[in-house]
Design a protein around this ligand. Structure first.
Ligand SMILES: CC(C)(COP(=O)(O)OP(=O)(O)OC[C@H]1O[C@@H](n2cnc3c(N)ncnc32)[C@H](O)[C@@H]1OP(=O)(O)O)[C@@H](O)C(=O)NCCC(=O)NCCS
Length: 436
């Protein structure tokens, strides 16, 4: 039997049966609840999508109450422990883990898409010496759209596949170039003999040595961090990716739009903010005073809290473990002590307990990145590289979903009714301030 809800409309004293679809109401069904033939019908009102599913997805599963994260049914802990990033990328995009032959071919394909066009390199050179790497990254990814105009054929599966490979191959190259640019170092071309993260490290840090040798512990740590950041279901930037892609914009500009959403301090920009916060706190003994300040309503504890997780973010636990591996190579980042103290005190404090605020993935990732030698401005770019895979998986799923159309929310209009337009000489200023 079809499950349903019965809604009584007290305005008209009528009862309406609304079917349930997988425990949810299709809000289009509410439109049938009308006061009369001219009534538009009932809409759902949900600013910030607090309780609205915008799609059905088979990619990532999160149980925020229990702190569970799975990609295509596999626990994040198992993937982080046993797989490489490109293996996980394959899983996210195609639904199954690759066989060794499939993985070999996939790695080979991605490796052969790592070069960027020389004109794109010149485009990057045009940025100011102090340009923020995330601004450079977003603009350059968008600029790839001009190099591959065929990418617009988003309904052609073969064209889509090629752009997916190009994007996954090229984002580390662009990211590394933004880093070298900010240091004034010459760009390093990709090395096809190296694995994905080792090649990224080569493009970041190779100087005059004939062959760059990546430290295997650091390369594996980066690979794990990439796995943890690869997808996170319908987060702010994935939603932008789906939304931009729903107009059939090409994947390069759509990924640029998603990366722009990621750059904000409430999303992927949080890891940079965590480092600034730890700098501001300065030492372990100043943590209690800082927490009191947050509780008094002055700012937020960056790297804490999550829209979906109301428990320990499972990724944060793995990041913490990875931090210890990295510190064996780089030496301990002294900021870790401040972070550990913040976590300890916050997790015992009623304010944080009541609001279910736990460390999220960004809380420890910045500390690792800094120990590896990255400036905080690079952190969000490091997030964008693996998340490109998630965006592309979400984009592909959206395009293949027959229920999806151009994303176009409704609004509740609260502005003025129709009114007369006054000639300019008869208008009195009614705007108190343009900046409030
Ligand atoms: C992630 C985040 C945007 C989620 O926001 P949200 O789901 O809209 O949650 P809300 O802003 O409604 O927060 C609920 C309550 O917890 C408080 N809160 C949320 N995050 C907090 C934080 N990091 N520090 C202190 N208080 C926080 C809010 O002030 C609010 O308190 P109130 O009920 O007294 O008003 C938010 O937790 C945040 O800004 N965190 C810091 C940034 C960050 O780390 N982002 C990375 C996410 S992976």
């Amino acid at each position: 039997m079809q499950e349903s809800l019965t809604i009584t409309d007290n305005r008209t004293n009528t009862r309406h049966e609304v079917p349930l679809y997988k425990g949810s109401v299709r809000t289009m069904d509410l439109r049938k609840i009308q006061t009369g033939p001219d009534d538009f019908g009932v809409m759902g009102y949900d600013p910030a999508f607090m309780n609205t599913a915008s799609c059905q997805s088979a990619i990532t599963f999160i149980d925020g109450e229990k702190g569970i994260l799975r990609y295509r049914g596999y626990e994040i802990e198992h993937l982080a422990e046993r797989c490489s990033f490109l293996e996980v990328a394959y899983l996210l995009l195609f639904g199954e883990l690759p066989t060794s032959a499939e993985l070999k071919e996939w790695v080979n394909t991605i490796t052969h898409h790592t070069m960027i066009h020389e004109t794109t390199k010149k485009f990057l050179e045009g940025f100011r010496y102090d340009a923020h790497p995330m601004g450079m990254f977003i603009s350059t990814v968008a600029a790839l759209s001009t190099v591959y105009p065929e990418a617009r054929k988003v309904q052609d599966p073969a064209v889509r596949h090629l752009q997916i490979c190009r994007l996954i191959g090229k984002v580390p190259t662009i990211a590394a170039y933004t880093y070298r640019h900010s240091l004034g170092f010459p760009y390093v071309y990709p090395d096809n003999e190296l694995a994905y993260t080792a090649n990224f490290m080569n493009m970041l840090w190779k100087m005059v040595e004939p062959k760059y040798q990546a430290n295997p512990i650091l390369a594996r740590a980066l690979d794990i961090l990439f796995i943890l950041h690869a997808d996170h279901e319908q987060n702010c930037s994935a939603n932008v990716m789906r939304s931009a892609g729903s107009s059939y914009a090409d994947p390069f500009v759509s990924v640029a739009a998603a990366a722009a959403a990621l750059s904000g301090p409430l999303h992927g920009g949080a890891n940079e903010e965590v480092l600034k916060m730890l700098d501001e706190i300065g030492s372990k003994d100043r943590v209690p005073a800082y927490i009191e300040q947050i509780k008094a309503g002055h700012g937020k504890l960056m790297g804490f809290g999550h829209r979906v997780y109301k428990n320990y973010d499972p990724r944060a636990r793995i990041v913490k473990w990875t931090a210890n591996q990295v510190f064996q190579v780089t030496g301990r980042n002294p900021k870790l002590d401040i972070a550990l103290e913040l976590e300890r005190i916050a997790l015992e404090d009623d304010y944080f307990i009541k609001r279910k605020l736990y460390p999220n993935v960004d809380f420890y990732s910045g500390i690792i990145y800094q120990a590896m030698g990255f400036k905080p401005e690079m952190f969000t770019v490091l997030f964008a590289i693996p998340r490109t895979v998630g965006w592309l998986a979400q984009w592909q799923e959206m395009l293949q979903d027959p229920e999806q159309k151009i994303a176009r929310p409704r609004q509740i209009y609260v502005g003025k009714e129709a009114r007369e337009l006054m000639p300019i000489e008869k208008r009195a200023s009614r705007v108190a301030s343009l900046t409030e």
